[in-house]
Design a protein around this ligand. Structure first.
Ligand SMILES: Nc1ncnc2c1ncn2[C@@H]1O[C@H](COP(=O)(O)OP(=O)(O)O)[C@@H](O)[C@H]1O
Ligand SMILES: [Mg+2]
Length: 480
């Protein structure tokens, strides 16, 4: 980001936070009376969508829903405005960032108490959302519960975000392809149980560190369509019983409503003395570990920018510098354990990793061709489904190094790779997803690394020399 932030009405856009099909999202600050400032998040329509009437109508619908909600586990939205022909939303900045950076596919598995805690909080949010209905009595459905639409606060609370696909009694195949319930994948009508199904997929990934369905969104969608129940090897028995019930192919076999699923997570938490506080501590530590990814790590960098933005006198920035190290200290022990667990795993190979982030939101009006037959044998190759469900060793591989098979095996190096603010990473041509990447197992030798941040318009190529057994920590500042 340049040194002079873009002005957008009353707001100064400090740094991009993310971009989806519809909107671009910025960390921003707003100046109040007596120079008192607040750091917020501004989501505005993408410039190329401004003349798209359907997109404008969807953004208005998102605003209408989001502004009407007020719940401790739903991201608070303060304002809906229009500026230079663009609609925008202003909301609370949730500082811990997306769940997918903290837990989920290719991250160390979260403990059962932490998963149950997330589940309980998000079910509470969904119970609140699902209690809304329109004039015809049709139930409000979030429609896009994914690891990117769950944000975490610094104190380990989960908040549901992004009501861009929220609809009353939706029909059609809207949603992120890897997190569709069978009825959504088939393009049938969906109710709140589809959100509970998506939540269970998200939590299943957080609990195992493996993709619930195939990494390929197309195959994942086919697996969802036929109601394949993900494997939960290594997952706590009681927790997996709750998740499996929410993932029943037939809606009637699932929890009837979010409150019942929340009660089931609460029962898991009530079983172990101190489970609740242990779960919370693990989440706080995970968030802190992502912040800790370096003094220039993405979240801490943003915290610093926001602090500068928010403090004329410096008093608040001093406070943040006290609070963050405290959180980091609390997080240190669990973070080290998380890193150790991550180190124990290697990264996915190119062919299995390349599609992880293809999660286009399908137009709500798009419906599945009625003639499309669903044939279990034709749609889901049995071998693929086993691989997709990530038996240890099946979906995880070391990064391939080319032409070295005949050499005697050398001990690989371990690499922690991060970028400011963040980057999509390819190593030796293998697509590894987004930073931070911790505990990469890289063969000794030369590797080419490519970091891309499309919103920033940056693509950077690096060479990495790894010596046997070497431990490398690298943070690349893409703003320089
Ligand atoms: N309130 C917020 N606090 C922190 N980050 C946010 C917030 N809102 C959005 N983001 C970031 O921006 C991304 C995109 O926002 P989202 O509302 O999900 O838009 P989209 O409809 O484009 O997916 C999120 O996944 C998250 O990383
Ligand atoms: Mg989103």
């Amino acid at each position: 980001m340049s040194s002079a932030p873009e002005r957008f009405g009353r707001y100064e856009l400090i740094a991009p936070l993310g971009a989806g099909g519809m909107g671009e999202v910025f960390l921003a600050r707003v100046l109040g009376a007596a120079r008192v400032q607040k750091t917020v998040v501004v989501k505005r329509m993408r410039p190329e969508r401004l003349t798209d009437e359907a997109a404008r109508a969807r953004f208005v619908e998102e605003a209408r829903v989001a502004l009407s909600l007020s719940h401790p586990h739903v991201v608070p939205v303060f304002e809906f405005g229009e500026l230079d022909g663009s609609y925008f939303l202003v909301m609370e900045w949730v500082r811990g960032g997306e769940l997918h950076r903290i837990a989920g596919v290719d991250r160390a598995p979260l403990g059962p108490a932490a998963v149950a805690l997330l589940g309980s909080q998000l079910c509470d949010a969904l119970a609140y959302v699902h209690a809304r209905s329109d004039r015809r009595g049709a139930q409000l459905v979030h429609g896009d519960v994914t690891p990117r639409n769950v944000l975490l606060s610094l104190d380990g609370h989960a908040l549901l975000a992004d009501f861009g696909l929220a609809r009353f009694a939706p029909r059609g195949r809207a949603g992120t392809r890897r997190y569709l319930a069978p009825e959504q994948a088939r393009g049938e009508g969906a109710d709140g149980r589809a959100d509970l199904y998506a939540l269970a997929l998200v939590l299943c990934e957080a609990a195992t560190g493996r993709p619930a369905y195939d990494r390929d969104p197309e195959r994942a969608e086919k697996q969802a369509r036929v109601g394949l129940v993900p494997e939960m090897e290594g997952c706590d028995a009681e927790l997996s019983a709750v998740l499996k019930r929410a993932l029943a192919p037939s809606r009637d076999a699932r929890f009837a409503e979010a409150a019942a699923m929340r009660d089931a997570f609460e029962a898991v938490l009530d079983k172990g003395a101190g489970a609740r506080s242990a779960g919370r501590a693990e989440l706080v530590a995970r968030v802190a570990a992502v912040l800790e990814a370096g003094p220039a790590g993405p979240a801490s960098r943003l915290s610093t920018m926001a602090t500068r933005a928010a403090s004329g006198s410096g008093a608040r920035s001093r406070m943040l510098f006290v609070i963050v190290p405290l959180l980091l200290a609390v997080g240190g022990v669990v973070a080290m354990r998380a890193r150790a667990a991550l180190r124990a795993e290697s990264r996915p190979a190119a062919q299995s990793a390349k599609v992880e982030h293809v999660s286009a939101n399908v137009n709500a009006n798009e419906s599945v061709n009625a003639n499309e037959s669903v044939n279990v044998n034709a749609d889901v190759n049995a071998n693929e489904s086993v691989k997709a469900n990530g038996r240890p060793g099946a979906a995880h591989h070391a990064i391939p190094t080319h032409g070295k098979e005949t050499r005697p095996a050398l001990e690989p190096g371990r690499v922690d790779l991060n970028a400011v603010p963040w980057a999509h990473v390819r190593i030796d041509g293998a697509d590894l997803g987004e930073t931070p990447l911790l505990g990469l197992s890289l063969e000794a030798g030369e590797h080419s690394v490519e970091l891309t941040n499309e919103p920033l318009g940056v693509r950077r190529k690096l060479h990495l020399t790894v010596r046997p057994g070497e431990r490398i920590e690298r943070v690349e500042d893409l703003t320089r």
